[in-house]
Design a protein. Structure first.
Ligand SMILES: Cc1cc2nc3c(=O)[nH]c(=O)nc-3n(C[C@H](O)[C@H](O)[C@H](O)COP(=O)(O)OP(=O)(O)OC[C@H]3O[C@@H](n4cnc5c(N)ncnc54)[C@H](O)[C@@H]3O)c2cc1C
Length: 528
């Protein structure tokens, strides 16, 4: 039996961030991870002899700069570079849109002068609201509490602080905020733009990890969620971690260990120990017991509360609701080893566009049909895919002259209809995804010399992402902010004393940072 102050379930980037902050503050911390590697969904692996790539998460922007700085991730080897162009959207009719600093307006003007005149205003509108979100990211959202105790006073102050942030917005900006939290991205984009490709540029952000039509209410929030990041101080920009996403979590693990945290791998948690109505530690799959004052969890909340805790440890109403926690982001992920760079018919040959996020999904109508098709059939016969070729920015991922690409495919059903299994359809769907890319870049399929395929079921088995959900729970209004994971528990404290969790969305580090703050606050209140 081991004893520690805090045991953290899972060494994903949030578990590691939490561990680093707690250890930095002097607490004894033990992280227990089911897999043989740290990193959770942010890992780099050799998937084909001589070819490495980020396995699941593949591109950086949301990672919070304060965390990069506090954990001194650069000193621990992390280097993030910007894409030379941000997004490239080819169309099968030969037109394309290429975005990035100094390019967007000019490229869009070739498609629509009218849209080119409007895009800066829309980008500013998003940026203003994203700035507000940035102020909320590193603090627990206001939590709903019953009664008038200490918790009520704390939350009243928190709500006042939040209101104060919102008060700085003009009335018109508050209207935009309401639109972005409640409306569909499709409606908002149709009102502003006429070109399909510029609508698809923003529409893609609205369906990334969101198994829904871009015309579904709430999809505008998902679009906003993908706009609040930054790379090396440049807002709204996406980049690449040299060495892949695993470089981020390796640096975090070094930071946590450097402050004294103990990280045990191949150490799955079988059960959270509950004593006198309080979490008191964990029991591992191998039977080892770790006792702790606090238990922090970075696994999907449904997994935590329905599989790792005895049912009678939780209020029945809470358990009923968490059983219905909505998972399933409709994601299918492929890594490919390439003998050569792809050449897109709309913009042939090499160039900065090959460093961009290449979005194949040329209109909102196409994205809507993809979702409808996936609902009926299990996957879309005309899928939406983002292709990223990290080896254009990082030559250590594969042999010279060769390349690796990440295919992030949207709109497959988390569970196939009619009881079919993803195990029986994985290869067929991967073939379809590769053929879809080939439609835009003839010769692509023939250049594939190795591939790694992750269906929603594989993502669940490998990473514990229920339904393959990349965000540990859909980013729908009823599962966001003060309602994440449930009204009354948005403050990183679950219904069981001593056990906290807060599902994040993307490689931000924010839930890990915020959970550490709450644990430290509670610890100081108890022990001074
Ligand atoms: C295919 C895909 C693509 C994505 N692309 C991006 C992207 O490009 N950019 C971006 O910012 N985000 C992306 N995301 C989202 C992002 O990767 C996740 O939101 C983020 O990594 C979650 O981090 P986490 O630490 O909260 O959880 P996780 O990374 O899921 O870590 C949880 C850890 O808990 C472990 N665990 C589970 N059960 C147990 C147990 N019983 N005992 C012990 N340990 C356990 C798991 O093995 C895992 O290591 C993507 C995700 C996926 C799946």
């Amino acid at each position: 039996m081991t004893e520690t102050d805090v045991v953290i379930i899972g060494a994903g980037h949030n578990g590691l961030t939490c561990a680093a902050y707690l250890a930095m503050a002097g607490l004894r911390v033990k992280v227990v991870e089911r897999r043989k590697v740290v990193g959770g969904a942010a890992v780099t692996e050799e998937f084909h002899p001589g070819f490495r790539n980020s396995v699941a998460a593949y591109t950086v922007s949301l990672l919070n700069p304060k965390i990069v700085s506090d954990l001194k991730l650069s000193d621990h080897g992390l280097r993030i570079v910007e894409r030379r162009a941000q997004n490239f959207l080819p169309s099968l009719d030969g037109s394309y849109l290429l975005t990035g600093e100094g390019r967007t307006r000019q490229s869009l003007a070739k498609l629509s002068e009218r849209d080119a005149d409007k895009i800066d205003a829309f980008a500013r509108e998003l940026e203003t609201i994203a700035d507000v979100l940035r102020q909320f990211v590193l603090r627990a959202p206001p939590n709903i509490v019953e009664g008038f105790g200490v918790g009520a006073i704390r939350e009243a102050l928190n709500a006042l602080g939040s209101a104060n942030i919102l008060r700085r917005l003009s009335l018109e900006q508050q209207r935009s905020l309401l639109d972005l939290f409640t409306r569909s991205a499709g409606e908002m984009l149709d009102e502003r733009f006429e070109s399909d490709l510029v609508k698809a540029l923003y529409g893609f952000d609205a369906i990334v990890g969101n198994y829904a039509s871009p015309y579904a209410a709430g999809s505008a929030y998902v679009m906003l969620h993908h706009a609040f990041g930054e790379v090396n101080g440049k807002k709204g920009v996406w980049g690449h971690a040299i060495g892949g996403m695993g470089a981020i979590t390796q640096a975090m693990a070094r930071a946590a260990r450097g402050h004294g945290a103990d990280i045990e791998l191949d150490a799955g948690v079988r059960e959270v120990i509950v004593e006198r109505g309080r979490a008191a530690g964990v029991i591992l799959d191998n039977g080892e017991t770790i006792r702790a004052k606090y238990v922090a969890s970075s696994v999907n909340p449904k997994l935590l509360y329905t599989r790792l805790l005895p049912a009678d440890a939780l209020p029945a109403a809470f358990l009923d609701r968490i059983k219905n926690w909505r998972n399933g982001s409709g994601t299918f992920r492929i890594n490919v080893a390439l003998s050569a760079l792809p050449s897109f018919a709309a913009l042939p040959g090499e160039g900065d566009h090959l460093t961009a996020g290449i979005i194949l999904g040329p209109s909102l109508g196409y994205m809507d049909r993809a979702w409808q098709d996936a609902r009926a059939h299990g996957w879309s016969r005309e899928p939406v895919i983002e292709v990223v070729i990290p080896s254009t920015l990082d030559d250590a991922l594969c042999p010279p002259g060769r390349h690796v690409a990440s295919l992030f495919c949207q709109h497959v059903a988390p569970q196939l209809p009619d009881g079919r299994s993803w195990d029986d359809h994985r290869e067929e769907v991967a073939d379809l995804m590769i053929a879809t890319v080939d439609g835009y870049a003839p010769g692509f399929a023939a250049s594939v010399i190795g591939r790694q395929i992750l269906s929603p079921l594989d993502l669940e088995r490998q990473f514990g992402l229920l339904g393959g959900d990349i965000f540990h729970g859909a980013l729908t209004l009823n599962q966001l902010f003060s309602a994440r994971p449930m009204l009354g528990h948005a403050d990183y404290r679950g219904p069981l004393k001593g056990l906290g969790a807060h599902p994040g969305g993307g490689v931000t580090g924010a839930p890990g940072h915020n959970a550490a703050r709450v644990i430290l606050g509670d610890h100081r209140a108890l022990f001074g």
